[in-house]
Unconditional design. Structure first.
Length: 220
């Protein structure tokens, strides 16, 4: 009987130890979970604080396209740049597509024959016009990314690039750098009423104080 009681006591003691260990493990897991939650909340607070401290990015005011060493004539590129400068992009793309189809000509100075249309002398630079169409499309995409609306081609510059030699070094190939900048259309000083008044006064002085009708202003 004594042996059976000792066995029972030992078994109860073992069960008690196992229950105590299980409770201890549960407490440890709860503490770990609480620590994880605290770390997550702290990291979230740090991220939100970092986001608040981020400086606002400046809005872009222009879109730029830089093309280097294009295989086109510099003279033709300069003529196209002069023609498209100060105009909107979509109409210029349509016009250059007509140039590629040889329906319209690009105005050019020099010993160039006259062409049909409202221009005097001009040419059909098909290869240069096709490349400029791609550049203008890239310029519209850059303007859309920058969030610019109602843009015009404010700057169009063509410069001669280093010309490599062809086969056997007998011919030098044509190369041109082109830079296009588009900005939002704004009211220029030329269209302001103050500038118009100053221009009218200057014209009156040149005409001896006469208006467009030829009548002198009355002396006050």
């Amino acid at each position: 009987m004594a042996e059976e009681e000792t066995k029972k006591n030992s078994e109860e003691h073992i069960h008690y130890d196992e229950k105590h260990e299980h409770k201890h493990e549960e407490v440890k897991t709860e503490i770990k979970e609480e620590k994880k939650v605290e770390e997550k909340s702290a990291s979230f607070d740090d991220k939100s604080h970092e986001k608040k401290n981020v400086k606002p990015t400046k809005k872009k005011t222009e879109a730029v396209v830089n093309a280097q060493s294009l295989p086109i004539s510099t003279k033709q590129a300069m003529a196209i740049c002069k023609f498209i400068r100060g105009k909107k992009i979509p109409p210029m793309i349509i016009y250059l597509e007509d140039v590629v189809a040889m329906r319209k000509a690009v105005p050019m100075k020099g010993e160039v024959p006259h062409k049909k249309g409202n221009i005097m002398s001009g040419k059909y630079p098909v290869k240069a016009a096709a490349i400029f169409i791609k550049l203008l499309k890239n310029l519209t995409a850059n303007a859309n990314v920058a969030g610019l609306n109602d843009t015009i081609i404010s700057e169009a510059i063509a410069n001669i690039a280093s010309r490599p030699y062809g086969k056997f070094g007998t011919v030098r190939k044509k190369r041109t750098h082109v830079k296009l900048i588009a900005r939002q259309k704004t009211k220029s000083l030329a269209t302001s009423p103050a500038s118009n008044q100053s221009r009218e006064k200057a014209k009156k002085k040149k005409n001896g104080g006469k208006d467009k009708t030829g009548v002198k202003d009355s002396v006050k």
